[in-house]
Design a protein around this ligand. Structure first.
Ligand SMILES: [Fe+2]
Ligand SMILES: [Fe+2]
Length: 324
């Protein structure tokens, strides 16, 4: 008699669970064909999809500035950066597909508002200094979040993160370099940089998610090796890394409570406005409707490309079958 997954012999689930637990505990990767608990699969689908959506929606605030970049050099850098983000989205949708969920289905969930993406991309980019500040702070926060994910327990996700992180570090540097140049410029340019920092600082801190006390899934995700550090630990790491960079740049971070704490060897800092975070993450941020509408329009406009690619693949497959 053959045994299907539904008719597994008694004790098989416990054995698989034990095997899974042992692999996670030994920091070995779980691969798509390995058995995994349903909750692990579901949590990963949600996390990887949200991450993929963030990369794709994240192209919009900076993409708005490609046509008005101030020089050919800046345009080339910005184009390359925005294209990288499209690539990140693709790696991550591909990683999600290994969990048995189709990219088309995930896109539907995004444009119907059933899946989230990072709250940060619902803020507007008002001046060219925003391009620099997004690179410095937003990609900087993404690096803090993502470097530990290179060691996450799910193989395809961890491998995607290795490549993504290399590109994120270029993104952060191009932003910082842009800001350095602006700070060497006119009084007006310096004021633009400071204004952009004032607007993006708190939303950047919110990128790490709610405080640990309000993050009920964190413990389970840590045990599964899906998450490596808590939200608060990553936020602290980001602040400690960023304050000296702000000093060097010559900007002020808009937090009166920000101060070096000799005892803890870390910076103390103020509390982000978590009500604002909840509003933005649940769809009522300054640009939520616009971002999703634009993604939906691009998806609908691209329908003919998907249809043509499917028809071509079918034709190609048929001709191969005839030849065989
Ligand atoms: Fe990215
Ligand atoms: Fe990036």
């Amino acid at each position: 008699m053959t045994t299907t997954a539904q008719e597994a012999p008694p004790g098989a689930d416990q054995a698989r669970q034990a095997d899974f637990d042992a692999k996670v505990a030994a920091n070995q990767r779980i691969e798509p064909r390995d058995w995994m608990p349903e909750g692990y699969r579901k949590t990963l689908v949600r996390q990887v999809a949200q991450h993929a959506h963030s990369e794709i929606i994240g192209m919009q605030p900076e993409g708005d500035w490609i046509a008005s970049a101030p020089s050919l050099r800046r345009k080339a850098i910005l184009l390359a950066k925005v294209q990288d983000e499209a690539g990140h989205g693709l790696y991550l949708y591909a990683a999600a597909e290994t969990l048995g969920i189709d990219r088309a289905e995930l896109t539907e969930r995004l444009i119907e508002g059933r899946q989230k993406y990072s709250s940060i991309f619902n803020y507007p980019s008002l001046t060219y200094a925003d391009v620099g500040v997004i690179g410095w702070l937003v990609d900087g926060a993404a690096i803090c979040n993502q470097v530990p994910l290179c060691r996450t327990s799910f193989g395809p996700y961890a491998r995607a993160m290795v490549r993504i992180c290399k590109e994120e570090s270029f993104h952060q540097r191009q932003g910082y370099e842009l800001l350095m140049r602006m700070m060497e410029g006119t009084e007006g340019q310096r004021a633009m940089v400071q204004d952009a920092v004032d607007r993006w600082w708190w939303p950047s801190l919110m990128m790490f998610g709610p405080p640990d006390a309000d993050s009920p899934n964190t413990q389970q995700s840590l045990e599964w090796g899906i998450k490596i550090d808590t939200n608060d630990a990553l936020r602290q790491k980001f602040v400690d890394m960023t304050v000296p960079q702000a000093d060097k740049l010559g900007v002020t971070l808009p937090d009166s409570e920000l101060a070096w704490n000799e005892q803890s060897g870390q910076y103390d800092f103020g509390e982000p406005d978590w009500n604002e975070f909840k509003q933005v993450v649940t769809g009522s941020g300054p640009r939520n409707a616009e971002r999703v509408a634009r993604r939906r329009a691009a998806h609908e406009k691209g329908a003919w490309v998907r249809e043509a690619a499917t028809a071509y693949a079918k034709k190609h497959q048929n001709s191969q079958e005839v030849a065989a």
